[in-house]
Ligand binder design. Sequence first.
Ligand SMILES: Cc1ncc(COP(=O)(O)O)c(C=O)c1O
Length: 305
Amino acid sequence: MHQFLPYAWFGGKCVPFAEATLSVATHALHYGTGAFGGMRALPNPADSNEILLFRADRHARRLSQSARLLLTELSEDTIHSAIHQFLQANKPTCPVYLRPFVYTSDLGIAPRLHNIETDFLIYGLELGDYLSPEGVSCRISSWTRQEDRSLPLRGKISGAYITSSLAKTEAVKSGFDEALLLNSRGKVSEASGMNLFIVRDGVLITPGVDQDILEGITRASVLELAKTMDIPTLERPVDKSELFIADEVFLSGTAAKVTPVRRVENTDLSASRPVMDAIRDRLTAITEGRDPAFDHWVTRVRLNG
Ligand SMILES: Cc1ncc(COP(=O)(O)O)c(C=O)c1O
């Protein structure tokens, strides 16, 4: 059972978590017509009265864009203000994961996005490592990543996660930790909730934004960081067979951070991952507020009293 933070943002204010409840007839529950975000908030290891948020501006922008894809309005300012009030109410003392969610809150039937009420909530939970930092085994899923022509993949639309759920469970039930999904063109897309990188001959390669990926904020950060570390990067289609011969394969995401892939199907990969190690160390320092060169990626929220 997760350890939830004591207050949720619900109906425009902070209320005790147990009181933030929805009707069984809530439209989004039935049709997947919601969109969510996922952010980590970390008490500053050097000052526990300060909470560090990694790339809060990017997260707010993506959520606001996701809302637009659901044909509703949720401004970045509204998101930032709610997150600040949420953090002040909860005053987290350990690393937490914030889950903001915009959704059709109307009661009743008929799949639609017009003439419908929407609402916005946030809850939080304590979250350590989502995947083992030592590495994961991955199965290539029998499920195909959706296409942008049938679903707006630039948003974190909740209904889309049926495919992630099927793929993850298929992987776990067949003895793997995580699933890698190919897209409808047969190219590697991403994992169930993470983007994917490979390293070949010193070049850091990741499927481009035209490969039906979610445009991950960690992914963008890894690419930007690599450029400043003189690591050559390439965004291009990745073939399945490359997964078996890559020098390194790793996953990136807010929950998973940077996680090595140690096995794909029945092929063990090298345990030496110099490129991933360098990027992971740097990213950890940034998220913990220890890298002045990237302090602009960190929002510092001072807790009152
Ligand atoms: C399907 C999917 N891909 C990739 C990611 C990684 O995105 P980010 O780095 O923004 O967390 C996530 C997590 O949010 C996801 O759900």
